[in-house]
Design a protein around this ligand. Structure first.
Ligand code: ATP
Ligand code: MG
Length: 368
């Protein structure tokens, strides 16, 4: 899929902008603080309805303005879509072809994006929350049911945590209601875990090939889902996972009440990446960690393509400068002629000049 046009109004430092993009590589060049990342962010927000760098939508609205508006034309094999998003202090409204979508989960996924920024190199090294977020953002885009379930899970989790706090402080003593919430949480959690396992297996297959390629077949990348309710010995089906979650909850209920919070479930799970059987997070060199992050990110492109039938749009924020020559070459070759890409940079280096064919250049200066 391609984003052919973009209109921004009062988004960050873009007061009013209309742009037409190349279906191939778009290079956003400019000095610091001119609005390169803001422009990538706007595409991300148009796709995901929220930013990758803030949870506060107000920050996205231009200083001293009350609302922001984003609109884009997405070209797909199945036809063109006009996506728009209005942000105001009261909330947000998403529209597909001018029709409002009551639930954001019906909107997300119409434009698929993959964002790669220097922080993504911490996918391997960073906290489990970084990896969970990665999984949820990417899988949520390709599977609306996953996204829906995730929202449901979070609601039940919030209720359960509130109730655990009440039990902790003895505002309440009735454990039957806790059981009801536990039952709901285990059911929803099992659905999420099963989908994660399925998607991760596919993602692993793609990442393995890319990783072997980058390391000249010297290293073997594998993934492992680390479930807080150990499910390693189980046959992978939803019922078995649900039962295991419930069993685990039974053994820790007193501890959960004591701490006033839910201690196990997908919101605490993690995934680890191993190279030649050793955890890259703990044992890998910085270079190995970067290669792993790059392979995983590139694998997402293949996974999205397999799941949706179209390549996603790739947003690369200042990543070339973070990768050595060989990794830059791999990245640029992987996207060449296939994936519409938006790339921000203070300036193109020789490798990029050689490998990027006919880029469309956008020179960005103070939001213009
Ligand atoms: P760098 O090369 O340093 O990453 P950049 O071109 O990516 O720079 P951006 O992050 O896109 O820079 O833009 C930063 C600028 O946007 C800052 O000058 C900041 O003041 C401005 N900015 C951020 N939010 C808003 C907003 N809500 N309204 C107006 N301007 C904003
Ligand atoms: Mg930037």
């Amino acid at each position: 899929m391609r984003l052919s046009n973009l209109k921004l109004k009062n988004f960050r430092n873009y007061h009013e902008t209309k742009l037409e993009f190349s279906p191939n590589i778009n290079v956003l060049i400019g000095e610091n603080a001119q609005g390169k990342t803001n422009l990538l962010e706007s595409i991300y927000v148009l796709a995901m309805t929220k930013s990758h760098r803030t949870t506060n939508d107000r920050e996205l609205i231009e200083f001293s303005e009350k609302s922001a508006f984003l609109e884009g034309i997405v070209e797909k094999k199945t036809g063109n879509l006009r996506l728009s998003l209005s942000l105001s202090k009261k909330g947000k409204t998403a529209r597909v072809n001018s029709l409002e979508t009551p639930r954001l989960s019906q909107y997300i996924g119409k434009l698929n994006v993959i964002l790669f920024s220097p922080e993504d190199l911490s996918l391997v090294k960073g906290s489990p929350a970084v990896r969970r977020r990665f999984i949820d953002m990417e899988f949520g885009q390709i599977d609306a049911v996953y996204l829906y379930e995730l929202t449901r899970y979070r609601t039940i989790l919030r209720d359960r945590n509130v109730y655990l706090k009440q039990l902790q402080t003895k505002q309440s003593t009735d454990r039957v209601y806790l059981e009801v919430l536990t039952e709901q949480l285990a059911k929803s959690g099992a659905k999420i875990i099963l989908k994660r396992l399925e998607f991760l297996e596919e993602l692993e297959n793609y990442a393995k090939i890319l990783h072997a390629d980058i390391t000249q077949q010297k290293e073997n990348l594998t993934f492992k889902y680390k479930c807080t309710a150990s499910i390693d010995d189980l046959e992978m089906n939803q019922d078995a996972i649900e039962i295991r979650l419930k069993e685990t909850f039974e053994t820790i209920v007193d501890k959960e009440i004591f701490q006033g919070t839910t201690l196990i479930g997908p919101h605490r799970d993690d995934v680890s990446f191993k190279v030649n059987g050793k955890n890259v997070q703990t044992y890998g060199s910085q270079g190995q960690q970067r290669t792993t992050a790059l392979a995983v990110k590139l694998a997402e492109i293949d996974l999205m393509r397999a799941k949706t039938g179209e390549y996603p749009v790739l947003l690369l924020d200042d990543v070339l400068s973070e990768l050595d020559g060989e990794r830059q070459t791999h990245l640029l070759k992987a996207i060449q002629d296939k994936v519409q890409t938006f790339l921000t940079t203070p300036g193109l280096n020789d490798i990029a000049r050689q490998l990027i064919k006919q880029p469309r250049l956008f020179r960005i200066n103070a939001g213009k």
